[in-house]
Design a protein around this ligand. Structure first.
Ligand code: SAM
Length: 231
């Protein structure tokens, strides 16, 4: 399957493993991953965030309940919301999530936004699991036609060592552990090059913050809610 599908499947497998109830997808683009995740029966709250409102709205209707959802209502409740905003800003609507996914997002952030990103995701949102994927620049020599970056909007592409040192420092700073993996295997004999897409799975080391702690994080709402569906 194409690489993007392998990344989505990786997230689905993670959801099946950890059974999070509340999942937020940062940089959700056209909501394809959110659409796939709505079929995971453990999930009760799904939220998407993107800085590009148009891209989010393209296939937003696929997140709406279908007639069958009304005719055969399921036991679980599911709320899906989409927000327009930046991962460089904190908004209280992003509190209380169990899993936060950032698939092919960080390489699109300007340096100043990348600096703010760990405090927003790991410090403020502080979910029990964070998954971050990004291109592995070492794999580019195997990709035909790639000159500097795989996509013109990429602000950087990191080697395995660069991603791992950033991730380990972020994990240390916010009291998470991190494990590295990826999708898109290198050819036999070239294992040192690593996966085409590198992935860090971060697990929070300290216990779940209670509801009371959330109210101790006073922040003004800055995101705009552009979609809400209740199943
Ligand atoms: N996660 C999706 C996937 O894997 O198919 C889309 C990845 S796309 C390459 C990167 C997305 O990040 C774009 O939709 C872009 O608009 C969004 N993005 C870029 N900067 C952002 C920011 N500061 N805050 C939120 N989203 C951002």
């Amino acid at each position: 399957p194409p690489l993007y599908k392998q990344r989505y499947q990786f997230v689905k497998d993670l959801v099946e493993k950890y059974k999070p109830k509340k999942v937020a997808d940062l940089g959700c683009a056209d909501c394809t991953l959110l659409w796939m995740l709505k079929f995971c029966s453990c999930i009760e709250v799904l939220a998407g965030l993107d800085i590009c409102e148009n891209k989010m709205q393209e296939k937003m209707h696929t997140l709406s309940p279908l007639p069958v959802d009304y005719l055969q209502p399921s036991e679980r409740s599911l709320t899906v919301t989409l927000h327009h905003g930046s991962v460089a800003h904190k908004d209280p609507c992003m509190l209380g999530f169990d899993l936060v996914t950032c698939i092919e997002l960080i390489e699109h952030l300007e340096e100043s936004d990348l600096k703010k990103f760990p405090e927003v995701v790991f410090g403020f949102m502080a979910p029990s699991i964070v998954v971050i994927s990004t291109p592995n620049s070492e794999f580019n020599t195997l990709l035909p036609g790639v000159k500097l970056y795989r996509h013109p909007d990429h602000k950087f592409e990191w080697s395995q060592a660069q991603f791992q040192s950033w991730a380990l420092e972020t994990a240390r700073c916010y009291d998470y552990s991190v494990e590295f993996t990826g999708v898109g295997h290198p050819p036999t004999g070239m294992e040192k090059i690593g996966f085409c897409t590198q992935i860090g799975v971060f697990l929070r080391k300290y216990p779940q913050a209670g509801e009371s702690v959330q109210s101790e994080k006073p922040t003004e709402a800055v995101y705009k809610t552009v979609f809400k569906a209740v199943y």
